[in-house]
Design a protein around this ligand. Sequence first.
Ligand code: SF4
Ligand code: SF4
Length: 123
Amino acid sequence: MDEALDCQRCGACCAVFRVSFYWAEADDAPGGGVPVTLTRPVGPLHRCMAGTEARPVRCVALQGEVGRAVACGIYEQRSSTCRSVVPGDAQCLKARAAHGLESGPGGITSAGLASSGHASAAS
Ligand code: SF4
Ligand code: SF4
């Protein structure tokens, strides 16, 4: 794997955008999974991860240090927004650039992309 896009050494997309999603993805709705206590309201129909509603942005579920070693504390319960980010896509690269990570020393190669994004996108 291209370690430049190892999500567990990045986490940038959890600390740049507002990570919002439909309210029913939270666990106070039937079938919802995201712990509602870790969310904040965004209008009548959406919520966002706490910590991403204002600057400086950092999701409360993000553990570790961006650009070094991170993990999502609710990985199995994370929202569809979090799951939608693909390492190497436009949101990913924008987030990485915002943290000065750019494409990393190994550059970006399709063969090097991780299979699933660590985290977020934003609205
Ligand atoms: S998807 Fe991109 S920005 Fe998000 S953690 Fe992975 S490499 Fe970093
Ligand atoms: S992947 Fe986890 S840490 Fe990142 S924004 Fe989503 S909930 Fe937060």
